[in-house]
Write a new protein. Structure first.
Length: 618
């Protein structure tokens, strides 16, 4: 099933109560109440917008926000042509709307466009007059209701605005139609009890509203269908615990909800699809960041969220593909079929098996998801470090033991049995307390549990890295099991290949040779610069004195190296992965690609989404 995962956001400005909208071509408008950098108190009624453009997983924001008027709790909708904004007035409980459009900077005077208000003229006086800036041309505010917490949605010429009553916890809705340079509203109607509503509509006239309960910490949703003069609503359905929800809606019926957790400042996301008269959710709500007042928008297979910091008035945003990550290779073979291992980019999991919790396990924890969930998230390379203890195989990290290896292999087997036609690499190294008997036990486990998918075809005058993906996946999903050190050489076994690092003394024995050099630093900038410089210089050859041998793949070790507490240091690296990869060439000057995006806490990095773009999947 398709899903989203927003991961950790990047800061883009200051403000409170953000609202965001996105068009099919990736143009983004965000509105908010202004705030001063470093301020902890906000009582201003200045409204501002900021425009941006999505580039792969990066949102490229304009440097400046633009003031456009006075008010509180603004909401924005944008379909690529029309812009609709609603807000509460600076004084009293009047709710007003504005209609506008995206302007790429053409010189158009106020006399040429009656819709432009004086706020736009004022905004153009700010900044450098020599720079033509994108702006949003908005009409003067016009009253449409009384209340608080207005929210608006737009599709074609249909507009739906919702709000909460000023004095009692009742939600109202108003259906409107854009006609010429105005909105014809059909009248405010009471929907029922609730607080802080959010609404979304799609191109088929379907409507989703989410809102909170005034009497408990639960969220609810209702589905509706736009008619000629009204919206026909279904019954209220419980969504789960939470607060301050926002909703987005695709034309094919997928629903995205983001909200705060009910008892904390954790931000949660939930994804589902409309079936009959309710939403079939793809699991429970999932944590993706921390903050306040999240908002969400989606268009053309992408989603974007923004929120306010939990501690300051900084604004943050991140994006996500709307895709089935469990089958991302299978579903995109038209882009991937001819790619070899040396050309393919995938997400990679550092110390993939260290996801367990516990007093001691936490010290070695590097992941949050078990192997089945990492596979479902689209990760395709797994760093596994076996340990032999008491006749049982475990995984370990820095002396800390993780789960039994059999549990991990069972997860891989479960995933493969579901029929996913994906290429998976299991890399075994850093053996602890190992001997030949332990290695034989490892091989037997792999062959018994995963034998149906282990790649066994003999190599004749070519390397594993020369085989195109269409050949690997001709009949089914495939697992490449690669083992480091002397064991796979001394004890050869069907379906078990020899792994070597690019600088190994016995690199010539490697069936798969990988450039893998981590930063050994806790400083993000040191890691980033070092890894990008290594990629810049990578020419597909092994290290001296074996430069005559090809190195098959490049691993970008996007990890920081603390003595413990990996989660806290991983956050900065994971926040930046998508933005950095969007800003560098897909290939370096030697024609080489990054093959593995190697990360801790894989889902928060959105490594699969990033890799899909790097593979040319739009």
């Amino acid at each position: 099933m398709k899903n989203v995962f927003f991961g950790l956001g990047l800061p883009y400005g200051f403000g409170v109560r953000p609202s965001i909208a996105m068009s099919d071509d990736g143009r983004i408008i965000e509105v908010h109440q202004r705030a001063v950098e470093g301020s902890e108190v906000h009582d201003e009624a200045d409204l501002a917008y900021r425009v941006g453009v999505r580039q792969q997983m990066l949102v490229d924001w304009a440097e400046e926000e633009i003031y456009y008027g006075k008010g509180y709790t603004p909401s924005i909708a944008f379909d690529g042509h029309f812009v609709v904004e609603v807000h509460r007035a600076e004084q009293g409980d009047t709710l007003s709307w504005r209609l506008g459009s995206w302007n790429d900077g053409d010189d158009v005077s106020d006399d040429d466009d009656d819709r432009k208000g004086k706020e736009i003229a004022e905004s153009e006086d700010e900044g450098d007059d020599d720079n033509v800036r994108v702006r949003i041309d908005l009409s003067q505010p016009t009253k449409f209701a009384h209340g608080k917490y207005p929210n608006v949605a737009l599709s074609g010429r249909n507009v739906v605005a919702v709000h909460e009553s000023s004095s009692i916890p009742v939600i109202w809705y108003n259906l409107g139609r854009i006609e010429d340079d105005s909105i014809l509203w059909l009248g405010n109607n009471a929907l029922g009890e609730g607080i802080r509503p959010s609404v979304a509509i799609n191109g088929h006239g379907e409507v989703v509203i989410v809102y909170g309960s005034p009497s408990n910490s639960n969220l609810y949703y209702r589905l509706g269908l736009i008619g000629d003069a009204d919206i026909f609503w279904g019954q209220a359905i419980a969504l789960g615990a939470g607060a301050d929800a926002s909703v987005a809606f695709t034309d094919d019926g997928h629903v995205i909800v983001v909200h705060q957790a009910s008892q904390s400042k954790e931000l949660m996301q939930r994804f589902g699809k409309i079936r009959d008269k309710s939403i079939d959710w793809a699991g429970d709500a999932v944590h993706f960041d921390e903050g306040l007042h999240p908002c969400v928008a989606c268009a053309n297979g992408m989603a974007v969220q923004a929120h306010e910091s939990e501690y300051t008035m900084k604004l943050w945003a991140s994006s996500s593909r709307i895709t089935n990550r469990a089958r991302w290779m299978q579903h995109h073979m038209r882009y991937l079929a001819d790619k070899t291992l040396s050309q393919l980019t995938t997400g990679a999991s550092h110390d993939a098996g260290m996801y367990v919790r516990g007093a001691l396990a936490t010290f070695g924890k590097t992941q949050n998801l078990n192997l089945y969930r990492q596979l479902s998230n689209g990760i395709r390379y797994f760093d596994l470090r076996p340990k032999w203890a008491g006749g049982t195989l475990y995984v370990h990290h820095g002396g800390v033991s993780g789960p039994a290896l059999s549990e991990i292999i069972d997860d891989v087997q479960r995933f493969m049995r579901e029929g996913h036609r994906e290429l998976i690499v299991l890399k075994f190294s850093h053996y602890d307390k190992f001997d030949d008997d332990a290695y034989v036990t490892l091989v037997m486990l792999l062959q018994e549990k995963l034998g149906d998918w282990l790649y066994r075809t003999p190599l004749v005058n070519r390397r594993l890295a020369d085989i195109p993906l269409r050949e690997f996946l001709r009949d089914s999903g495939v697992i490449l099991a690669v083992c480091d050190e002397d064991y796979p050489v001394a004890i050869p076994a069907a379906g078990i290949w020899v792994y070597r690092d690019y600088n190994s003394a016995s690199v010539q024995l490697g069936d798969l040779r990988v450039y893998d050099k981590y930063s050994a630093s806790m400083d993000y900038q040191v890691m980033r610069d070092g890894q990008l410089e290594q990629f810049r210089r990578y020419d597909g050859r092994c290290a001296s004195p074996n430069t005559g041998l090809p190195c098959d793949q490049f691993l970008l070790s996007w990890t920081l190296t603390p003595p413990t507490g990996v989660w806290h240091v991983s956050k900065k690296a994971n926040r930046h992965l998508g933005a950095v990869m969007a800003e560098i060439p897909t290939q370096n000057l030697h024609g080489r690609s990054i093959n593995y995006l190697y990360v801790d806490y894989v889902e928060y990095s959105r490594a699969t989404d990033v890799a899909m773009f790097m593979n040319g999947i739009d």
